[in-house]
Design a protein around this ligand. Structure first.
Ligand code: ZN
Length: 195
């Protein structure tokens, strides 16, 4: 999910503040944009939890920070897998890094209508109704099961990323009118070679 604060007034975090080990050469994946079929199909469950998967999640965090996002799902880097990363602090707090392998919503409560964006649909935003609180169960990069509760932006990020793993984009939560408008604009951009 895209962080709306970074696109406007919030200063981009300096490289020195990034919690990753400075020596770790991370792969920065290009973000797949709307129109690619991988974004609209459900990902396969993660079955193998190994060093390779841990490396993938660290690369996903690095790619997400590079794109100034607060969430990134594997389909957005072209991998049809049920894994996503979330950090609503944008890399400011290492403890806020959450890996979600095979996540599922177990409880949702309340409703909040907020503007939302997506790294795969850059330049477009829309109001999406999401639960105010969600509890999800998932596995971390080591395969350990956990439950976590999120509120507001975190709840929104969880829902947005889980949607990605099911092949669902935020556009599908918009009115048909708004969705078609965005799709038309993207089509035009694509014709102009700008998408
Ligand atoms: Zn997204």
């Amino acid at each position: 999910m895209r962080d709306k604060s970074t696109s406007s007034d919030a200063p981009a975090p300096a490289a020195t503040e990034t919690p990753q080990a400075p020596s770790a050469a991370r792969k920065i994946y290009p973000i797949v944009k709307y129109g690619d079929a991988v974004l609209e199909k459900p990902g396969a469950p993660i079955k193998k939890f190994d060093a390779e998967l841990e490396q993938l999640t660290e690369d996903m965090f690095a790619s997400m920070y590079a794109a100034q996002g607060v969430g990134l799902a594997a389909p957005q880097i072209g991998l049809s897998l049920r894994i996503a990363v979330v950090d609503v602090t944008g890399g400011k707090n290492p403890e806020a890094k959450i890996v979600l392998a095979n996540p599922e919503v177990v409880h949702a409560e309340g409703e909040v209508r907020e503007e939302e964006g997506c790294l795969s649909i850059p330049g477009f935003r829309g109001y999406v109704l999401r639960p105010q609180f969600v509890t999800i169960k998932a596995q971390n990069a080591k395969g350990e099961k956990f439950e976590i509760r999120g509120e507001n932006l975190l709840a929104r990020a969880f829902c947005h990323e889980i949607d990605h793993l099911n092949g669902i984009l935020f556009l599908q939560h918009l009115s048909m009118l708004k969705r078609d408008l965005i799709k038309r604009k993207i089509k035009k951009l694509r014709k102009q070679g700008e998408w």
